[in-house]
Design a protein around this ligand. Structure first.
Ligand SMILES: Cc1ncc(COP(=O)(O)O)c(C=O)c1O
Length: 423
């Protein structure tokens, strides 16, 4: 049976596709279960079915899913129901089930992250997660912190604050956009460590270029010199697969409204069990909480807990799509466009080609054109939405597709980049 007849027979072709909007995604996916993730990465019929589960704005091609990746309709409906239900139950919910629900959701996240549920708490975002660690470290005047210029600004701001408050010295290195080897990167960090270095911040994915850093090796090197490692995983979780304990870091923070497509305002913080007692909480914990209980770092007060509940639905959606399938598709989409333009003389790709160093995100520049000008031209002339990055050695537009992105959309982008040779 050819693919068209096969799809007709199962009632999911053409007019049948709205089934998927009614949360029947699992039936759709089941039809493709026999196909490997790598084969499926280029199967447009399959991904068109997935795309039907999103409400997409027709005004532009959205290649900026890095700040926030909005929810598929299925998760959105669950989220709205959680708002309704909590509004219906009011204080009764808050006084009875709320805390158990939050712990159960943290445990579900911990399973996905490969760690113990005694090492993970739900936070609002990466900023909160990482700043709890930066602000809660027991600093002495003269202690050093090490980070990269390519790390996120909010974390650098927090290090700036502890420098003012405690006399911490911040050392900032540059991560090369196109490294020749892991060792090149590790040596840059290693050479900046001194006997005074207490904490090293490293991005799992450099958010402005999409480069995946060799975090496991950086942790091993830092630990051999007695330095703790804080990993910024804002762009890694539910983007590609890994286990946090296998990275060997001390602390890990991420935002769930990015690659997991959770409603805005959700993240998590992982703290390796042995480190919990060493962090000074940002907000006073209850007196009954033990010093090695991670919940001493999680006194949030009353907050929008319907968002927390939707984390569970977003995990279900992610598992339904399949982490391996998602990763393979994202890498396919990135490679689809970068491979078509990487060798054009007027184009500069600021992200490595090596699949071990990149997944969905890449950064591109047109030589002689400011990134802000490129972003403006892409939007005004080609109706493509991206974000311009003009920060130190990173000058280009960040391109972030997601699983609903089609190669046809990327063809429009490739054509735009190709046309721009005449600027
Ligand atoms: C690498 C990195 N770290 C931290 C953040 C901050 O995330 P949030 O605003 O969700 O706290 C971002 C946001 O884009 C990021 O890219």
């Amino acid at each position: 049976m050819n693919k068209r007849n096969f799809l007709k027979n199962i009632g999911l072709f053409g007019a049948g596709l709205p089934l998927i909007q009614n949360a029947k995604l699992e039936k759709w996916i089941a039809q493709f279960d026999h196909i490997s993730a790598s084969q499926l990465s280029a199967d447009e019929t399959f991904w068109q079915g997935v795309r039907k589960g999103y409400r997409l704005k027709p005004d532009y091609i959205n290649l900026e899913n890095g700040y926030y990746c909005f929810l598929p309709q299925e998760t959105l409906e669950h989220f709205i129901n959680h708002i309704r239900e909590i509004n219906y139950q009011g204080s009764f919910y808050m006084r009875t089930k709320r805390f158990d629900d939050k712990k159960a959701i943290a445990a579900k996240l911990a399973k996905l992250a490969g760690c113990s549920d005694e090492e993970l708490i739900v936070t609002r975002n990466t900023t909160e997660s990482l700043d709890i660690i930066i602000g809660g470290t027991h600093w002495q005047a003269g202690d050093e912190a090490l980070m990269a210029d390519q790390d996120y600004g909010a974390m650098q701001d927090m290090f700036g604050l502890v420098a003012k408050r405690y006399g911490v010295i911040n050392k900032v290195i540059d991560v090369p956009n196109l490294p020749a080897s892991d060792e090149e990167i590790i040596n840059i960090y290693a050479n900046a460590i001194t006997p005074k270095t207490k904490l090293l911040l490293v991005s799992h994915v450099v958010n402005i270029t999409g480069q995946i850093l060799p975090v496991k090796k950086i942790c091993a090197m830092a630990h051999s010199k007695g330095v703790k490692v804080l990993v910024d995983g804002a762009h890694a979780f539910a983007h590609f697969r890994y286990s946090i304990p296998e990275l060997g870091c001390d602390y890990y923070g991420t935002s769930l409204h990015k690659w997991l497509s959770v409603p805005l305002g959700a993240g998590f913080l992982y703290v390796k069990k042995e480190n919990i007692k060493d962090i000074w909480p940002l907000i006073g914990p209850g007196t009954s909480i033990k010093d090695d209980d991670i919940y001493r770092l999680n006194h949030t007060g009353t907050h929008p807990c319907h968002t927390d509940l939707a984390i569970s639905n977003a995990i279900d959606f992610y598992l339904k799509i399949g982490p391996e399938r998602k990763e393979a598709r994202l890498r396919y989409l990135q490679n689809y466009w970068t491979s078509k333009v990487r060798d054009l003389p007027h184009v500069q790709i600021n992200t490595p080609a090596d699949p071990a160093r990149v997944c969905a995100i890449a950064n591109v520049a047109i030589k002689g054109m400011k990134p802000s000008e490129l972003a403006k031209t892409l939007m005004e002339k080609y109706k493509i939405f991206t974000v311009a990055i003009e920060r130190g050695i990173v000058q280009g537009c960040r391109i972030t597709p997601n699983i609903y992105t089609t190669p046809a959309e990327l063809d429009v982008f490739v054509k735009a980049l190709t046309d721009l040779k005449n600027i």
